[in-house]
Ligand binder design. Structure first.
Ligand code: SF4
Length: 300
């Protein structure tokens, strides 16, 4: 039974160390995530609420309540050259957003403030906000990353039990692209021996290209010390034949797969980028200055 609690957060914007993905500030309007991906590194964050990283993460959800005025005030204090990443530890368009609309209030405030942002989601609910995304896209101020690791519904049903189907996510990408919103396919993480076959990745990237994505990003599976035992228990349940292979690939306290595996995966990805002629640069969102700000000074 899912429980939802509201929480008067002191702030919605969190300063972050500058990321190689090009953002300075993170925003996660919710804690926990109903999409329930077993590999999710954000499961770890539920420990700080003294909850477990297993079912509690997807069943005990928290809404960070901030009024539109409070959000505008926070943005007003943020330098305009700081880029916001929305959805780094939760899906900002998970079903809760349909009711609480914190993500929409943030986008409305960003349209007014002129900041640039990236959004990561698996949900078609983002299409509800096409009006705002259109405005931001015309100013080059937004990039949307839709995460999808496979076209295989059986795999996703086991490992992302609460997330929308691959077809729904591809249609979401296509609709965003048709409205000229810059999009990236996030094939992250690639799961060893489950989603890493070259033919499967090729099929996924090809469908993404047909949906109009501007870039494709992929990454290895990282298993943090706390998420690792949870993920391996799910693996043993759904893929018992792979349990030993994963123990060999992530020996002891290793968070990343063996270097030999990572090297082979990188070669596969480079080959696919070349074969499919995938763009290697990302559309970078940039801050936009509202028209009521002076663009130049008149010298009397
Ligand atoms: S949608 Fe994202 S935040 Fe939610 S569980 Fe899956 S990986 Fe984690």
């Amino acid at each position: 039974m899912r429980q939802v609690s509201t929480w008067q957060a002191r702030a919605l914007l969190n300063r972050s160390t500058p990321s190689r993905y090009g953002f300075d500030v993170t925003v996660n309007p919710y804690r926990g995530c109903a999409h329930a991906c077993h590999y999710c590194y954000a499961r770890d964050t539920h420990r700080y609420l003294e909850l477990n990283i297993a079912d509690d993460f997807s069943q005990k959800l928290f809404v960070k309540e901030r009024s539109p005025a409070q959000i505008r005030k926070e943005l007003g204090r943020l330098p305009l050259d700081q880029v916001i990443a929305l959805g780094t530890a939760t899906d900002p368009y998970q079903p809760l957003e349909g009711r609480y609309r914190i993500t929409r209030h943030l986008l409305e405030a960003v349209v007014g403030s002129g900041h640039a942002l990236t959004i990561t989601t698996k949900s078609p609910l983002i299409l509800r906000d096409l009006d705002l995304l259109n405005t931001l896209a015309k100013r080059g101020q937004v990039r949307v990353q839709v995460s999808l690791i496979s076209l295989d519904r059986l795999v996703l049903g086991r490992l992302e039990p609460g997330a929308p189907s691959p077809e729904v996510r591809l249609r979401t990408l296509a609709q965003l692209s048709q409205h000229r919103v810059p999009t990236v396919l996030f094939a992250a993480p690639i799961l060893p021996y489950i989603t890493d076959q070259e033919a499967s990745l090729k099929a996924l990237f090809t469908r993404a290209r047909e949906s109009g994505v501007d870039a494709v990003m992929a990454s290895r599976l990282r298993l943090s010390p706390t998420v690792k035992p949870y993920f391996l228990s799910q693996l043993a349940h759904h893929y018992p034949d792979l349990a030993e292979a994963y123990q060999r690939l992530y020996p002891g306290s290793a968070q990343y797969p063996l270097e030999s595996y990572s090297h082979t995966l990188k070669q596969t990805l480079l080959r696919l980028h070349h074969t499919l002629d995938l763009p290697s640069t990302w559309p970078i969102p940039r801050a936009w200055r509202t028209l009521d700000q002076p663009q130049f000074e008149l010298i009397p």
